[in-house]
Design a protein around this ligand. Structure first.
Ligand SMILES: [Zn+2]
Length: 465
């Protein structure tokens, strides 16, 4: 179906103009005032049209544990999380629906789901998330989360001899699984892409990284990992490689223009130069970094070095929401406290570009997504500028980024298909989703993680607490 959006406000170089936009098939076909009407007419009056943002790092199934996971740093938090991760595909499906809806209603048209796999039901897990994303119609980049050493190995040893249980699945079997997932689900033209996604150096062998590089080359897949999120990982890199994780990943050939790296909190200046040189993308997850006490990623330095940066919500148990506008706001102004030179600070228009084009670039889609240009895919969001939270009238993008926009998304198109209209998702029954989420959960406040008890003493010792 085609659309003519009439009289929408769009951002020009540093102003705004009112214009019409044609969406024909999957694409933006024309942008010009007073276009002839084709297809369905959308009244864009007093509405702001922007390219869709990318929620460039999340873990959808964490939704089942939002608001409950203890106040712990990453390593202990993850240990607790894994003790309570849902082990059924129906829950995976529902939390993927929830993640998609919250992303759409906060300006996102694409989501990168670093998906936690249920042991023994790995392909079913992926299939459940893919089904949810297809039903909603959001553009999805499913990055099955893989590792090949057990969780306790992610904590540095220090001067203690540590032994770890072997991981339950071999490196080879893991890579075969991912290749099978690519064969079954990687259909970028249908809006579903599979990424190779070794979780990070802390839990992955070089053999796993190298296997992922091979798959990425063979099928032209993007690569997605966590990188140097915590001080513990910084220590671990030195223990394991005798150099920084960035130096090591460069050495084995993992970093390139298709590689996006979540967090990047603890990098050296020469690491930053490596990210620039390899054209890797940094995914900034400010709320998760605050919640887990990981630190403040040096985002202003990345920008000055020419590193592409975009935003993610991260999973819902370290955020604990999927509000992309909130992540963009905090991820922009947080850095003002790190640099007295206010000329380096991120402006609202720059934030919008980082969230849209920056996200597209990290997924090797900058030629197709991320800006309002004729010929690009119609992944667009129309914001209601008469919403109370965007009044009185000032600078629309300034207020969208710096304010606290509530229910401001009026319409969303993905691949030319309208999937939000009048502020409501039209492709699935959100009331039914709410009912399911309600029925499959309960209110509770306390739980005991046996695994945390087992590792906490060592963690405190090695981190000098
Ligand atoms: Zn993550």
């Amino acid at each position: 179906m085609d659309f003519t959006i009439k009289n929408a406000l769009i951002a020009t170089k540093d102003e705004y103009s009112t214009t019409d936009v044609h969406l024909v098939n999957e694409n933006i076909a024309a942008i010009s005032p007073q276009l002839e009407v084709v297809g369905t007419v959308i009244n864009g009056e007093n509405k702001l049209l922007l390219p869709g943002f990318v929620n460039a790092h999340t873990h959808s199934s964490e939704m089942w544990q939002r608001g409950i996971t203890s106040m712990y740093p990453l390593e202990l938090w993850l240990t607790e999380l894994y003790d309570f991760t849902p082990l059924d595909c129906e829950k995976v499906y529902l939390s993927a629906l929830g993640t998609a809806v919250e992303t759409l209603l906060s300006g996102g048209t694409s989501v990168v789901d670093h998906l936690v796999l249920i042991p023994g039901q790995e392909l079913e897990t992926i299939s459940s998330a893919v089904r949810a994303y297809k039903e909603v119609g959001i553009r999805a980049f499913v990055a099955p989360l893989i590792q090949d050493v057990s969780l306790s190995a992610g904590i540095p040893s220090g001067d203690k001899q540590q032994t770890h249980e072997p991981y339950f699945r071999s490196t080879e079997a893991t890579l075969e699984l991912i290749e099978e997932a690519v064969r079954l689900f990687h259909k970028p033209e249908e809006g579903i892409s599979i990424l190779v996604a070794p979780t990070g150096m802390q839990l992955c062998s070089d053999a796993l990284f190298k296997g992922c590089i091979e798959l990425s080359e063979k099928y032209n897949l993007c690569r997605h990992s966590h990188l140097l999120e915590t001080r513990a990982q910084e220590k671990l890199s030195q223990e394991q490689y005798g150099c920084t994780a960035v130096e090591h990943l460069k050495h084995i050939g993992y970093l390139d223009y298709r590689t996006s790296l979540a967090h990047c909190v603890h990098l050296t200046d020469s690491d930053i130069a490596i990210l620039a040189e390899t054209k890797s993308t940094v995914v900034h997850n400010p709320l998760s970094n605050l919640r887990l006490g990981s630190g403040i990623a040096p985002i202003l330095k990345y920008r000055q070095a020419g590193v592409n940066v975009t935003f993610g919500c991260d999973g819902s148990s370290s955020n604990d929401s999927q509000d992309l506008l909130e992540a963009i706001k905090i991820g922009s102004i947080l850095h003002n406290v790190t640099d007295v030179d206010y000329r380096h600070w991120i402006t609202p228009r720059e934030s919008v570009t980082m969230a849209s084009l920056g996200g597209a670039r990290g997924l090797n889609m900058a030629d197709k997504l991320g800006s309002l240009d004729v010929g690009k895919k119609a992944d667009l969001v129309l914001y209601d500028l008469k919403n109370l939270s965007l009044l009185p009238r000032t600078d629309p993008i300034g207020l969208l980024v710096l304010g606290r926009p509530i229910n401001v998304v009026d319409s969303v198109w993905v691949n030319g298909k309208q999937i939000v209209a009048d502020g409501k998702v039209t492709t699935i029954d959100v009331d039914k989703l709410r009912e399911e989420l309600f029925n499959q959960s309960q209110w509770y406040t306390k739980r005991q993680s046996e695994s945390v008890k087992a590792v906490e003493t060592h963690y405190r010792y090695v981190m000098g607490i």
